[in-house]
Design a protein around this ligand. Structure first.
Ligand code: KIV
Length: 284
C-alpha cells in the first residue's frame, strides 16, 4: 500500500498509538512543493535542520537558526494537510535551560502551525522534554547519532558498537544509547528518532520503548522509517550507507536544465506557442 489512508491531520497521540501497529512513514520536507508531493504518502513530514546541509550548503547543521526553521516550517504546513508536521529545534535554541527551550518551541509552534518539535539528546534533555510536554508542546526525541553534537561525537559513524562489544562480553544492563532512548520516552516524547545505531541495540530499544521508534540507519526493527527526501530521490551527491536511492532526480534535473540552456542558445525556445500576440513573421 503506498498512499496513506489518513484523511485528517495526524496528531502526536495518533503517532504514539501506532506503536505495534502499522509502520510509520516519515520524510523530511523543507518546501511547499516537496510537502505537497510527500503529504499523500507520509504520516510525518519533518522539517529537519538537515536543511542547513541540503538547502543552504552548510557543512553541518550548527549554523541553522530559529528563523530558518520557522520560515521552512510555515511552507511545509501550508503544503500539507494530512501528515503531522514536526519542526526541528536548531542548535543553541534549547540546550541552555528548560525555559529557553519553551521560548523557542512555543515560537515554532505559534509561527508555523506545526504539530510538534524535535530535539536531539538523551538523558540530559529528559527534564526539558518533560517540561515542554507538560506545557502543551509535543516533543519527538532524537538519539543515537545526533548531528548537532558532531564535534563531540568526532564524526558521522554508526553508534552502539561499544555497547555491542560489552554485550558480547556478558554485560546485560542497558547501555548509554538505550538509557538515552528510555529517558526520552519516560519524559513523555511521543516518538523517538533513532539514527545510525547498530541493529541489535536498535532492536532492544524498540522492544523496551512504549513510544514508536522511527529509524534512520537503525534497521527494520523500528516502528517506522525516515529518510531525507533529497537523499532518497537521488538529488544529493553523497549519502550514508543507510540511504536507498528510490529515484535519480538529480540527473533528470541536470538533463532538463541542459536542454533548456541549449534551446535558449540555439533560439528554439520560446517558440510560437509560448509567446503572447505573436506578429506574423515575427520570428527573429
Ligand atoms: O534533520 C534531519 O533531517 C533529521 C533526520 C535525519 C532525522 O533529523
Amino acid at each position: 500500500m503506498s498512499q496513506s489512508t489518513i484523511t485528517k491531520r495526524l496528531t502526536a497521540p495518533d503517532v504514539f498509538d501506532r506503536k505495534g501497529n502499522e509502520r510509520l512513514v516519515a520524510l523530511t520536507a523543507y518546501h511547499f512543493h516537496s510537502a505537497q508531493a510527500a503529504d499523500p504518502y507520509c504520516d510525518i513530514l519533518l522539517v529537519g535542520d538537515s536543511l542547513g546541509n541540503v538547502v543552504y550548503g552548510f557543512s553541518s547543521t550548527l549554523p541553522v537558526t530559529l528563523e530558518m526553521m520557522i520560515q521552512h516550517g510555515r511552507a511545509v504546513v501550508a503544503g500539507s494537510s494530512r501528515s503531522m508536521v514536526v519542526v526541528d529545534m536548531p542548535f543553541g535554541t534549547y540546550e541552555r535551560s528548560k525555559e529557553q527551550a519553551f521560548d523557542s518551541a512555543s515560537r515554532i509552534m505559534q509561527e508555523t502551525g506545526c504539530g510538534a518539535v524535535k530535539m536531539e539528546g538523551g538523558r540530559h534533555m529528559a527534564d526539558t522534554i518533560a517540561f515542554l510536554t507538560a506545557r502543551g508542546i509535543p516533543v519527538m526525541g532524537h538519539v543515537g547519532l545526533t548531528p548537532q553534537s558532531i564535534h563531540t561525537l568526532g564524526g558521522f559513524r554508526a553508534q552502539g558498537r561499544k555497547e555491542l562489544e560489552a554485550r558480547s562480553n556478558g554485560a546485560n544492563a542497558p547501555g548509554p544509547i538505550e538509557q538515552d532512548a528510555l529517558a526520552v520516552e519516560q519524559a513523555g516524547a511521543f516518538a523517538i528518532v533513532l539514527e545510525a545505531v547498530v541493529e541489535p541495540i536498535s532492536r532492544r530499544i524498540v522492544q523496551a520503548s512504549r513510544a514508536p521508534v522511527i529509524g534512520i540507519g537503525a534497521s527494520d526493527a523500528c516502528d517506522g522509517q525516515i529518510l531525507v527526501l533529497e537523499d532518497m530521490l537521488g538529488m544529493t551527491p553523497r549519502t550514508a550507507k543507510f540511504v536507498r536511492r528510490f529515484g535519480d532526480i538529480g540527473s533528470s534535473i541536470q538533463q532538463s536544465i541542459e536542454a533548456y540552456a541549449t534551446a535558449v542558445r540555439e533560439g528554439s525556445f520560446p517558440s510560437a506557442e509560448h509567446v503572447y500576440g505573436t506578429a506574423p513573421g515575427g520570428k527573429r
